[in-house]
Design a protein around this ligand. Sequence first.
Ligand code: SER
Length: 314
Amino acid sequence: MKQEKVLIMGAGGQIGVELTMALRALYGEANVIASDIREAHPLLAGKGPYVLLNAMDANATLELVKKEGITQIYLLAALLSATGEKDPKRAWDINMQSLLQVLDIAVQEKLTKVYWPSSIAVFGTTTPKQDTPQKTIVEPRTVYGISKYAGELWCQYYYQRWGLDVRSIRYPGLISWKSEPGGGTTDYAVEIYHEALKHSKYTSFLSADTYLPMMYMDDAIRGTIELMEAPAEKIKSRVAYNLSAMSFSPKEIAASIQQHIPSFEISYAPDFRQQIADGWPQSIDDSAARADWGWQHHFDLDKMTADMLHHLKG
Ligand code: SER
């Protein structure tokens, strides 16, 4: 079997840092090229091949793919939901142009696989909020969600038209301690742990009972790699897979933290992100991912809280 050579675009982001480390453990450090528009994240600096690359630069991307003999691309560069609403056209340009360029390069250079993340943001207020099915009403309200759903359809189109093996997951909010989130509506669920340890209090930008689907990064990384390693015949959906682990509210995550830090206090000051959250599902039905390629989550809220606090305490 040909040795895979992987390019990660957006390796400095919340998913990128940990995915780069996990893929290096799998394929060998030299076979995973990390790239980002920013200097290397401290966890990646000096630890393997790293290239400064703007995901909007098609020529530079193509040159790198040819020079390094890249066989797979993970395109993670994107503007997320909250940042996207501040500059919708820019979010659309970045999210769509980078994807279309990578899909073209992948067909042209006959790459074996492409990974591109989607999000629960594809769903909107007209979607069933509980146990949101894989196939349902999809009317996103944010530019981020619109770009993710359009992107899913482009991925499916490239699969149907060119046979390109593109795979994707609709991630819920992701919680991590190694890498920082960047501009999402679910970022509160990471900030709260840092603030609990530093100041024993946190003001949530979402209201007490705002339930959202969430997942610990360990599960998200393992799920992503399991999807990418699954035999092609098991991938029955060529739009992105729903993936679920837990659903909680700011009030519930605060209660989980209070089991470890009894003095912790939460208060609420909802801002523009409340409206974004109100348009998203509260919980996700991921039975298709479980049936097709064997997805299982390992972390629930309390197990995640224990692990987050343990690692952040250092
Ligand atoms: N975590 C993302 C966001 O809040 C959802 O994909 O934008």
